[in-house]
Write a new protein. Structure first.
Lengths: 122, 107
């Protein structure tokens, strides 16, 4: 059974940093691209960042480029999102999501975690 | 960027009703259209890919149709477990974009 478990969310002041983790199990983690998707309060889903299966390629939404860094440790089956210079508008539930197809990232997400809440407020 | 417009934004329906949700793309996306179900506090669930292909394990009361710019998600007979918010997503261009969601509520 595929499982994705996010952690690391919490309350942080504007300008602060936070590191999210997503522990994966039930599939060959190193074979799939992964993404972070967020949902701000009262809003819809917004793709944030993606990383290739090997970790060699990373992609970011314009809204987080230069502030967020996605990474993965395939030996630990874990995905990360380092979030720096956080802003109030980054407040959201952050989900990690697995690509449906092995290999290349097609941004079709067949499994998601339950999310971790990030609140940016003073 | 390709914009995805869902309608209605919310609807009220009863168990057993046939429910239809529409998603319109701002340009031709062929059949690169996916649907997800999301219940508050839970992991989103993948329902349909490539406009009409049902993900394994998804009940057959769910179906998708359309191509080009206009797409539809249909629930043939609404069940208690189906009350949720539904999102369409285009993946014609990477990284794809989501619609704003359609909340299906109990009437």
């Amino acid at each position: 059974e595929v499982q994705l478990l996010e952690s690391g969310g919490g309350l942080v002041q504007p300008g602060g940093s936070l590191r999210l983790s997503c522990a994966a199990s039930g599939f060959i983690f190193s074979s799939y691209a992964m993404s972070w998707v967020r949902q701000a309060p009262g809003k819809g889903l917004e793709w944030v960042s993606a990383i290739s299966a090997s970790g060699g390629s990373t992609y970011y939404a314009d809204s987080v480029k230069g502030r967020f860094t996605i990474s993965r440790d395939n030996s630990k089956n874990t995905l990360y999102l380092q979030m720096n210079s956080l802003r109030a508008e980054d407040t959201a539930v952050y989900y990690c999501a697995k690509d449906r197809e092995r290999g290349y990232g097609d941004y079709v997400f067949d499994y998601w975690g339950q999310g971790t809440l990030v609140t940016v407020s003073s | 960027d390709i914009q995805m417009t869902q309608s209605p934004s919310s609807l009220s329906a009863s168990v057993g009703d046939r429910v239809t949700i529409t998603c319109r793309a701002s340009q031709n996306i062929s059949s690169f259209l996916n649907w997800y179900q999301h219940k508050s506090g839970k992991a989103p669930k993948f329902l349909i890919y490539a406009a009409f292909s049902l993900q394994s394990g998804v009940p057959s009361r769910f179906s998708g149709s359309g191509s080009g710019t206009d797409f539809t998600l249909t629930i043939s007979s609404l069940q208690p477990d189906d009350f949720a918010t539904y999102y369409c997503q285009q993946t014609y261009t990477n990284p794809g974009t989501f619609g704003r969601g359609t909340k299906v509520e109990i009437k």
